[in-house]
Design a binder for this molecule. Structure first.
Ligand code: AMP
Ligand code: MN
Ligand code: MN
Ligand code: MN
Length: 274
C-alpha cells in the first residue's frame, strides 16, 4: 500500500486549532504514515509532537514554515528534517516573531483608528503566548461580530489596502534557506500556485529559489487545483526540484481543511522523502 505523507500542518504553536499532540493523534487516525508539523516561524510545538508520534507510530518529520518577503511579496518556505538545536535557525525565527509582535501592535493601532478597539489585546489572548498571526486577529474580529467567517474577515480587514493591513518585512529568501541549510534541513517552496504571480514571475521565483539552495516544490497542496498540480509538477521537473505534499491543515472544524486525504504525487515527480 502507498504510504501517505502530509508535510505541511499547523498546531496551536502558531495558528492551528489542535495542540501538537492532538494533531499527531488525528494524523494517525487518518492513516498518515509520515507527518511534519510546520508552524509559522516557530519550532515550539515540535518536541511535544515528536513524543506523540513515537507513541502512535507515525513517522516523524520536524518542520517549520518560514515567512519570507521576496520581490515585495510574502512567500512561505517550509523547512523539513530540520535540526531543532541549530542556533542560526533559532535566532532567525526569534527575529521573525519579534517582527510579528511589532506588526500585531501596529495592526491593533490601525484597527483602533477604524473604530475597532482592543484588537491587539484580543489577538494576544487568543494566541495565548504562542506565535501571533493574522488568524488571531481574524478570530477576534469574528468574535466581535465584524464578520461571519475567516475568508470574509481577511478580505475586509486584514489584506492589502484594508484597515488592519501592515506591509510585511519578513526574512529574505537567502536568510530563510540558509537557516534551513544550517539546520541540515530541506527547503520546500510552499503552495507555489497560491501567490498572486504571473507565470513568468512564478518561474522567476522558482529559479531564484533553486539558485539559493531550495530543494523542493509543494506540488500537492490543499489550495492547488488539478491544473496547478500539473503546472507545478512540470516546473519541478524542469528545474530539477523534488516534490512535496502538504495539506496546510489548520482547523478540524473547517470542512475544507482536511488532514491527509490528498491526491498522490504525479508519477513523474520525485518525492522529497526518497
Ligand atoms: P500571517 O503569517 O500572520 O500574516 O498570517 C497568515 C495566515 O493567515 C496564513 O497562514 C493563513 O492561515 C491565514 N490566511 C491568510 N489569508 C487568508 C484568507 N484570505 N482567508 C483565511 N485565512 C487566511
Ligand atoms: Mn496559517
Ligand atoms: Mn503558507
Ligand atoms: Mn501553512
Amino acid at each position: 500500500m502507498l504510504q501517505l505523507y502530509d508535510l505541511h500542518t499547523h498546531s496551536t504553536a502558531s495558528d492551528g486549532v489542535l495542540s501538537p499532540s492532538e494533531l499527531v493523534k488525528r494524523a494517525a487516525t487518518a492513516g498518515i504514515y509520515g507527518l511534519a508539523l510546520t508552524d509559522h516561524d516557530t519550532i515550539d510545538g515540535l518536541d511535544e509532537a515528536e513524543l506523540a508520534a513515537g507513541q502512535v507510530g507515525v513517522k516523524w518529520i520536524p518542520g517549520v514554515e518560514i515567512s519570507v518577503t521576496w520581490n515585495f511579496q510574502t512567500i512561505h518556505i517550509v523547512g523539513l528534517w530540520i535540526n531543532l538545536r541549530s542556533p542560526e535557525l533559532i535566532q532567525g525565527l526569534t527575529k521573525l516573531r519579534e517582527f510579528r509582535v511589532w506588526r500585531a501592535e501596529e495592526i491593533g493601532r490601525r484597527l483602533a483608528k477604524s473604530n475597532i478597539p482592543n484588537a491587539f489585546i484580543g489577538a494576544c489572548k487568543l494566541a495565548d503566548g504562542k506565535v501571533l498571526t493574522r488568524t488571531h486577529f481574524a478570530k477576534f474580529l469574528i468574535q466581535q461580530g465584524f464578520a461571519t467567517n475567516e475568508q470574509k474577515v481577511f478580505e475586509s480587514f486584514l489584506t492589502s489596502g484594508k484597515p488592519g493591513y501592515v506591509t510585511d518585512q519578513w526574512a529574505t529568501m537567502d536568510e530563510a534557506i540558509n537557516w534551513i541549510k544550517l539546520a541540515n534541513g530541506k527547503a520546500v517552496l510552499a503552495h507555489p500556485s497560491r501567490y498572486k504571480l504571473t507565470y513568468k514571475n512564478l518561474r522567476r521565483l522558482i529559479s531564484v529559489f533553486k539558485e539559493t539552495g531550495g530543494l523542493g516544490l509543494e506540488v500537492i497542496s490543499r489550495s492547488h487545483t488539478p491544473e496547478n498540480v500539473a503546472t507545478i509538477a512540470r516546473l519541478a521537473n524542469e528545474f530539477e526540484l523534488l516534490s512535496s505534499i502538504g495539506s496546510d491543515f489548520h482547523n478540524p472544524y473547517n470542512r475544507r481543511d482536511v488532514l491527509g486525504q490528498l491526491p498522490n504525487l504525479p508519477l513523474e515527480c520525485t518525492p522529497i522523502w526518497q
